[in-house]
Design a protein around this ligand. Structure first.
Ligand code: ZN
Ligand code: ZN
Length: 142
């Protein structure tokens, strides 16, 4: 990915700048990501939180993932568009949505997870690694 990259929410009240190379770029087909995105998958761009600047007011909704770890999903206080998420099990990491980059071409997913909940018409990806659930950390292709 070329750095820095900028992106934001639907209305522009929340803007972010990515200054560090992402640790993971992948798509997630889990039910929570489907509900939060309104699509068959979410475009997850994960990196260390100190590599991201976020400007603008967000609110958040916390909910345990199937692992039991609480995921905090932040969204724009004006337009409701999801902006980023954090996971209590991964302190210091932040998850942006690759599709929210001003240049979505910069998002290049290398893996997909939770394909078990992908509907028959859901997005298909030519990625290096595909998992029916969340893989153990040791199998993560990063
Ligand atoms: Zn907004
Ligand atoms: Zn998900």
């Amino acid at each position: 990915m070329d750095l820095p990259q900028k992106g934001g929410c639907l209305c522009g009240a929340v803007r972010f700048t990515v200054n560090n190379e992402p640790a993971i770029m992948g798509v997630c087909h889990c039910r929570d990501c489907q509900m939060a995105s309104g699509a068959s998958h979410a475009t997850q761009l994960a990196l260390s939180a100190d590599g991201v600047e976020i400007a603008g007011e967000t609110r958040s909704y916390a909910r345990p993932a199937d692992s039991g770890n609480v995921v905090h999903r932040h969204f724009c206080a004006v337009c409701g568009c999801g902006t980023h998420s954090t996971n209590d099990a991964m302190p210091g990491m932040i998850f942006l949505r690759g599709i929210h980059l001003d240049d979505p071409e910069q998002f290049q997913p290398a893996m997909e997870v939770y394909t078990a909940s992908r509907p028959s018409w859901g997005g298909r990806f030519e990625v290096g690694a595909s998992f029916e659930q969340m893989p153990p950390a040791a199998e993560m292709p990063v």
